[in-house]
Design a protein around this ligand. Structure first.
Ligand SMILES: *[C@@H]1O[C@H](CO)[C@@H](O)[C@H](O)[C@H]1NC(C)=O
Ligand SMILES: *[C@@H]1O[C@H](CO)[C@@H](O)[C@H](O)[C@H]1NC(C)=O
Ligand SMILES: *[C@@H]1O[C@H](CO)[C@@H](O)[C@H](O)[C@H]1NC(C)=O
Ligand SMILES: *[C@@H]1O[C@H](CO)[C@@H](O)[C@H](O)[C@H]1NC(C)=O
Ligand SMILES: *[C@@H]1O[C@H](CO)[C@@H](O)[C@H](O)[C@H]1NC(C)=O
Ligand SMILES: *[C@@H]1O[C@H](CO)[C@@H](O)[C@H](O)[C@H]1NC(C)=O
Length: 266
């Protein structure tokens, strides 16, 4: 009996410790072998719920308003991730996400499309020629289409345009439309003058806004370095604010002795 109680209390102690660790770091478990850095969240009990992504059969998925894209890389220190854009419907110059109007982010969420993306709009209607995009017949999208067998159907679509994303209308959407452009592709950090044969795979980069301190309802939701208190900037929401002398580190998701340099050693 005494032994059983001792074993039980040991188990309880270990459980409490494990929970304590989870609360302090609150990072989601790896998705297969891919780390899921804070604040990204693959479930209700980890990460920050404003930063939801999905772990589906061992792959990370980013859900847009009406569609989903595989996540191909995550750069947690720069708070960026890359998705693989939609492919073409076979033997056409029409994107498979045309029914969803291309990539549409919810602008109420903390993700946006970075200025590092070179976007090519393909199979466009003539209306696009009024836009400030580079739609010249010798433009980069024509060079790309000409030299990429996967895109050969687009050679039959005379109008395509290239631009660098970021800001304004393209911060939350790369729009494909029946009256507009019926396909698109995207490249992250495409170097100027690199031959098409050396281009990276298509990708579209998003960045996320730094997360605020975690939401709490009681002190039990916070770790020993923070105190559950009312957020002065939002109505009735309570957050785990760092105790004095510690600073919220939005990249590690912890209260740390100093914000400076703490990311270099993790
Ligand atoms: C371009 O889009 C139009 C409208 O959806 C479609 O009819 C046409 O076949 C597309 N062009 C190519 C080359 O696929
Ligand atoms: C998303 O889907 C809904 C329902 O099908 C539709 O009403 C809406 O227009 C779609 N939005 C976009 C951006 O495609
Ligand atoms: C966009 O995100 C906000 C905040 O999470 C959510 O309340 C809203 O329902 C989302 N909108 C759509 C259309 O999914
Ligand atoms: C694309 O290929 C066509 C046909 O081979 C050629 O006429 C055109 O000049 C090429 N365009 C570019 C931008 O390379
Ligand atoms: C995207 O969000 C970041 C972080 O808040 C911000 O600095 C940047 O200006 C935004 N980019 C666009 C294109 O809105
Ligand atoms: C509390 O902060 C100290 C100083 O940065 C750190 O060593 C410790 O790991 C933190 N504890 C938790 C639970 O985050």
């Amino acid at each position: 009996m005494a032994v059983t109680i001792k074993l039980l209390s040991t188990a309880l102690f270990l459980l409490v410790c494990a929970v304590g660790v989870t609360l302090a770091v609150n990072r989601c478990p790896d998705c297969d072998s891919t780390a899921v850095p804070y604040p990204l969240s693959t479930g209700p009990a980890c990460g920050d719920q404003n930063y939801k992504i999905r772990c589906d059969a061992g792959s990370l998925i980013f859900d847009t308003l009406n569609n989903s894209y595989p996540i191909t890389s995550i750069d947690r220190l720069n708070q960026r991730l890359v998705i693989r854009p939609a492919s073409l419907v076979p033997n056409t110059c029409i994107t498979t996400d045309l029914p969803f109007h291309g990539v549409q982010l919810n602008s109420s969420l903390p993700f946006n499309i970075t200025g590092s993306n070179t976007i090519m709009f393909l199979n466009c209607t003539e209306g696009i020629l009024q836009s400030p995009l580079d739609c010249s017949p010798t433009g980069l999208c024509h060079v790309y289409v000409n030299e990429t067998s996967r895109m050969s159907a687009c050679e039959a679509a005379p109008i395509c345009c290239t631009f660098k994303a970021g800001g304004g209308a393209t911060a939350y959407a790369i729009r494909a439309r029946e009256t507009g452009c019926r396909a698109y592709t995207s490249f992250v950090n495409l170097p100027k003058n690199l031959p098409v044969s050396q281009w990276p795979e298509p990708g579209m980069e998003f960045q996320w806004v730094s997360p605020l301190e975690p939401i709490c309802s009681t002190q039990a939701d916070c770790d020993g370095n923070s105190t559950c208190g009312t957020d002065p900037n939002s109505n009735g929401i309570r957050r785990c604010f760092c105790n004095s002398g510690l600073l919220w580190d939005p990249i590690q998701g912890v209260c740390a002795a100093s914000g400076f340099g703490s990311n270099l050693f993790s």
